[in-house]
Design a protein around this ligand. Structure first.
Ligand code: SF4
Length: 460
């Protein structure tokens, strides 16, 4: 008998990518096989509402699905994630082909619901209630075969930043039980992962909610860092206001904790930060950066920035540029502010004209390019260790290096250094290097990546 087939379309953040990987793995455990869109019996769109025009993106994805699958009702179409949470059963009216709507907590029941809907072709189901407990997902998420694993430690957020709808779409903060987290980490390590990234909307607040089991984020980090087989530990996303002394000290005391932190600043002006309800000011953020660099001088910082928040003056914007310089961010995600239905800032006066926002965004991104290039250029000549992820997508990488490496024929591979930067390196051909740790010297900085050459003792 032909296995039933599925296709997942994913929008958004790492948490969504992780949820989609789990959905795929859970369906495969139930006998489904992954297929191209046009051939799938079940199509799931896993949505995100953080970026611009989320509803339009979902509706146009539904249009593409209808076109690719013929729109004759033979395909079970499901919408999951944040937009599903927001729109709920309204999606059934807006797109008659949709038969399952699974919000943020409902995803955990989606595989079972899909089986039920396949057995009952006339039925439709909306799973949009928030659960009291952390919604544990059955079975193991797929690691996509790579050496790095993502492990969710919490879901939702209690912060209600004025521009954000995560507390409405993902719900209030729920921490996962520490034993379940450690168990999943052990499983991933036993499968061959050597790097783990802990995921959550506000990881430093881990444990500080109704479902917390008394373990703080720092104590969780210590326990994960102590797991045999773990070589690299990362986490995303921290909130500056919740980073306590233990979280800072961990960068000095836990050797496996990588020297890279994505620390969202959002804006440099205290007035804007207050209107955003971020609950820190620029001086507090700078103190935190100083404290972090005191324990880990080589810590690489990246950030998120919102340009043109309602009421942002040119002076406010300049304060953001000043903070970028002062913190020396090696990269950033930056966006023009836009309303998210339901978020408090939609009601704020003094919205900025798009042309002012875009002009500021361009200036900000030009500064980020300079800061990023300065950081990459400073890496030239340094020795580091790469965790190899796969073949390099760049064809021309280090042709000169390849000639220098040796008489053995080489292919270009890509790995990441402890700072999370992609590094291209020629390695002996005919061997699968994925998952290997390779010591290299950085020989060249490109625009968003580096080129390395293996050190003599690591050449095969
Ligand atoms: S901390 Fe603020 S921006 Fe981040 S998820 Fe929570 S509400 Fe949204």
């Amino acid at each position: 008998m032909q296995p039933r087939s599925y296709h997942v379309i994913t929008f958004g953040c790492q948490m969504n990518v992780h949820d989609s990987a789990w959905l795929g793995a859970a369906l495969e455990a139930r006998g489904f096989a992954r297929a191209e869109l046009a051939d799938a019996e079940v199509v799931i769109i896993n949505t995100c509402s953080v970026r611009e025009k989320p509803e339009q993106k979902v509706m146009s994805a539904l249009g593409r699905v209808r076109q690719a699958t013929g729109g004759d009702g033979r395909v079970l179409v499901a919408v999951a994630g944040c937009v599903a949470q927001q729109l709920g059963a309204e999606l059934f009216d807006r797109s008659p082909q949709v038969r399952l709507v699974a919000g943020s907590d409902g995803i955990a029941q989606a595989p079972l619901a899909i089986e039920r809907l396949l057995a009952e072709p006339q039925a439709r189901l909306a799973l949009c209630a928030f659960t009291e407990a952390f919604p544990e997902k059955e079975g193991a998420p797929r690691r996509n075969g790579g050496p790095s694993a993502l492990v969710t430690i919490m879901q939702g957020c209690d912060n209600f930043c004025a521009y954000c709808i995560v507390p409405f779409t993902r719900g209030r903060q729920k921490s996962r039980a520490t034993p379940a987290i450690l168990e999943e980490c052990r499983e991933r390590l036993a499968e061959g992962a050597s790097e783990i990234t802990l995921l959550g909307q506000n990881v430093n607040a881990f444990g500080r909610d109704k479902t917390g089991d008394g373990t703080s984020f720092f104590r969780l980090l210590e326990q994960v860092a102590a797991l045999p087989g773990l070589r690299r530990l990362r986490y995303v996303t921290p909130h500056p206001k919740d980073m306590g002394p233990g979280d800072v000290a961990a960068f000095g005391s836990l050797p496996t904790l990588c020297p890279r932190l994505h620390l969202p600043l959002q804006a440099g002006s205290d007035a804007v930060l207050a209107r955003m309800r971020r609950r820190y000011d620029s001086a507090g953020f700078l103190r935190l950066v100083e404290d972090l660099r005191a324990v880990r001088p080589d810590l690489a910082l990246s950030t998120d920035l919102i340009v043109g928040f309602p009421g942002e003056t040119e002076q406010d914007f300049q304060a953001t540029l000043d903070m970028m310089e002062a913190c020396g961010f090696m990269s950033s995600f930056s966006f023009c502010y836009s309303d998210r239905p339901g978020a408090a800032a939609t009601r704020f006066p003094d919205k900025l004209p798009p042309e002012v926002q875009h002009e500021r965004l361009q200036r900000l991104q030009a500064l980020q390019d300079r800061l990023g290039q300065r950081w990459l250029d400073a890496r030239a000549g340094q020795e580091t260790t790469l965790l190899i992820e796969g073949r390099s997508p760049r064809k021309e990488t280090a042709a000169q290096d390849r000639a220098e490496v040796s008489a053995v024929s080489c292919e270009d591979w890509q790995g990441r250094d402890p700072y999370g930067v992609p590094v291209h390196v020629p390695l002996p051909a005919g061997v699968n290097h994925t998952g290997s740790f390779i010591p290299v010297r950085i020989v060249e900085a490109k625009r968003h990546s580096l080129v390395g050459r293996t050190l003599p003792d690591s050449r095969a």
